[in-house]
Write a protein that binds this ligand. Structure first.
Ligand SMILES: Nc1ncnc2c1ncn2[C@@H]1O[C@H](COP(=O)(O)OP(=O)(O)OP(=O)(O)O)[C@@H](O)[C@H]1O
Ligand SMILES: [Mg+2]
Length: 427
């Protein structure tokens, strides 16, 4: 039995217990016949687990009752910290993050969970849409933990052909299959004493999932074509933009592997849910692009800045990153709407309707620039309204306004508007 002390308890936490239970569960699930000796061993594990649960619940009760006493004595609780205070606190704790973040509560929560998970060795599952920063977050877990000096090995599970999964992850011996010209280390061996990042885990074929599960349970690998097991000590962080639980429901993802990987689950919010970070990210990427391209940081015209503040960013932060790098390459000192890719300019549905929200944190403009910007914005709204009224028929709009058709086309082009986009959708 484990010693139980209140001061520096050796009792594991809930996460660790859950992990042990999952390991036991899947051992039992995959067992077809058990020898007496194996049953004894598993029973021993169950008893130890039971002991841990009892200790934990005793400790919880002790903590709860002492907290209740504290409550009676303590002054009324302080107000919950503001987002600004939470952000400052993260930075004060020397939290390492290779990007930029502001006061958005959703992102702060994500970073705080990652920070707490970092020093443990528990598996972490990072969820989020494409381009939201899942890999960056996986690095947060690695860099802020004990293994930061060890390797961080990233594997894109979606990019490995099914027949090469085993050799890619666990390595192979020379001659193990046609084309295996020499011994080769797999990703797990390369990640020893560090972190292995299993990106796009939802794309791993079922056969690969079984093999991965076995390795996670035994913490040892065998190179393809070899009989000798190799002990591996690698922390697992996985990421996905798919709904793994739904995939479990449809039999595309193994339930036991899901529970094994998702002891701590953390979600990176899409950019449209943290729009307040867009100005920060723009500045961050303008500086990064300037450094990379050896130029001065790009300035944005106010209408371009407004466009970016309103845009839906289906490709999330990666899309913003690519836009800024593209414009830093193509534009001179200041980028404007025409520097955006055509597809983006001609798709008004990608922009939120509040295009005339007040402008934030923009570079100071001269009076004539302010007038021109306001005039341009009014002209664009006028054209959009007109196109809506005539169901996207540019000829009709020109007729109503007594305007030359080709002049109207020039104006539409200038604002990146496509009359077609205003035609009613067919049922
Ligand atoms: N908060 C941030 N600050 C600065 N850059 C960021 C931030 N979040 C993400 N990025 C940048 O955005 C890009 C996409 O991030 P990342 O590769 O981590 O996303 P992902 O969720 O793994 O994407 P995918 O699902 O497409 O693989 C990277 O260039 C990354 O450096
Ligand atoms: Mg990624």
């Amino acid at each position: 039995m484990r010693p139980f002390t209140f001061g520096q308890s050796t009792t594991p936490g809930y996460g660790e217990l859950l992990e042990k239970i999952e390991i036991l569960r899947s051992t039992l699930r995959w067992a077809t016949r058990l020898e007496r000796e194996e049953i004894q061993r598993l029973l021993g594990q169950c008893n130890a687990l039971r002991e841990d649960v009892m200790s934990l619940s005793r400790r919880e009760r002790f903590v709860q009752s002492s907290a209740a006493l504290e409550d009676l004595r303590a002054p009324p609780p302080e107000q919950a910290p503001t987002a600004e205070q939470r952000r400052a606190a993260l930075l004060e704790r020397e939290f390492t993050f290779d990007g930029v973040f502001g006061d958005n509560p959703k992102l702060l929560e994500t970073l705080e969970i990652a920070e707490k998970a970092a020093p443990t060795d528990l598996p972490v599952l990072v969820r989020g849409e494409s381009g939201t920063g899942k890999e960056l977050l996986a690095k947060v877990v690695h860099t802020n933990g004990r293994r930061s000096q060890g390797p961080f090995v990233s594997v894109n599970c979606g990019a490995i052909p099914e027949n090469l999964v085993e050799s890619e992850l666990f390595g192979h011996k020379k001659g193990a299959f046609t084309g295996a010209a020499s011994d080769r280390k797999g990703k797990f061996e390369s990640a020893n004493l560090g972190t292995i990042f299993l990106d796009e885990i939802g794309e791993l074929p079922l056969s690969g999932q079984v093999k991965l599960l076995r390795v996670l349970q035994s913490q040892e690998i065998q190179r393809v074509g070899s009989d000798s097991p190799i002990k591996i000590d690698a922390r697992i962080v996985a990421a996905t933009n798919r709904d793994l639980l739904a995939m479990v429901g449809t039999g595309q993802f193994r339930e036991d592997l899901y529970y094994r990987l998702s002891v701590i689950e953390v979600t990176v919010p899409p950019l449209r849910e943290r729009r307040d970070e867009i100005p920060l990210l723009i500045d961050f990427f303008c500086d990064a692009a300037a450094e990379r391209l050896g130029r001065s940081p790009l300035r944005l015209s106010s209408r371009l800045r407004q466009f970016l503040l309103d845009y839906g960013f289906p490709g999330n932060i990666r899309e913003l990153h690519n836009l800024i790098f593209r414009m830093s390459c193509l534009a001179g000192d200041t980028a404007d709407l025409p520097h955006l890719p055509d597809a983006l300019r001609s798709n008004p549905s990608s922009v939120r309707p509040s295009a005339d929200a007040p402008l934030e944190s923009e570079a100071p403009l001269s009076l004539s620039e302010v007038k021109k910007t306001a005039g341009d914005a009014a002209e664009k709204r006028f054209l959009e309204q007109g196109l809506r009224e005539v169901n996207g028929r540019a000829v009709e709009l020109a007729r109503r306004q007594g305007m030359n058709r080709s002049h109207l086309q020039t104006l539409l082009k200038k604002h990146g508007l496509s009359a077609k986009a205003f035609r009613p959708k067919k049922a």
